[in-house]
Design a protein around this ligand. Sequence first.
Ligand SMILES: Cc1cc2nc3c(=O)[nH]c(=O)nc-3n(C[C@H](O)[C@H](O)[C@H](O)COP(=O)(O)O)c2cc1C
Length: 190
Amino acid sequence: MLKELVLKNRSYRAFDESRPITERDMRELIELARFVPSGMNNQPLRYRIVSTPDELAKMHANTRYAAALSIQLPPEGQKPTGFIVMLRDSDVTSPEGLAQKDCGIAAQTILLAATEMGFGGCMIGSFDPVRLCADLSIGQRYKPLLVLALGTPAEKVVVEDANDQGNVIYYRDAENVHHVPKRKLEDILL
Ligand SMILES: Cc1cc2nc3c(=O)[nH]c(=O)nc-3n(C[C@H](O)[C@H](O)[C@H](O)COP(=O)(O)O)c2cc1C
């Protein structure tokens, strides 16, 4: 059921490092992303897989998680075991807005497929793009749009209805379960 997959596909920020996602797994995810819609069918997106220890360490140092929480995430020993960096190829003529939309569509498709494969991840917009390109030896032609942190989830995340005040700030309870309030249907229908 698609609904079950969508509900299971949460943003995970702690991973079981003993069950890593492999480069081959990530290639499979990107192979799927080839087929998603693209504005004007320009297909300006490019993907860079990160799976070696040296590059993983650089990505860990340049990604920020759950700014709304004052705890260290991911916890030590529970880091993502792979990253897919999503970039825009500036040699492909495409309006900036369309490339951003393409990126969202492809990112969600990749995460849904990863969830189906038993993995999970988190979209990361909080990184230094200049540092990322330097760390991964990516030329100026490519502009990083989004990072996908991936691995086997090792934490519990639940969605719940936002309260009547419309509070959508995520939080953790005493058992370290991560709660994500989502606005109710009647609050998002115009
Ligand atoms: C475009 C985008 C950028 C995001 N950037 C970050 C980020 O830098 N760090 C992070 O921990 N989560 C990031 N997230 C994850 C959101 O915090 C998360 O989607 C939100 O809290 C709702 O949780 P859910 O994905 O489980 O529904 C990002 C999500 C999106 C869609």
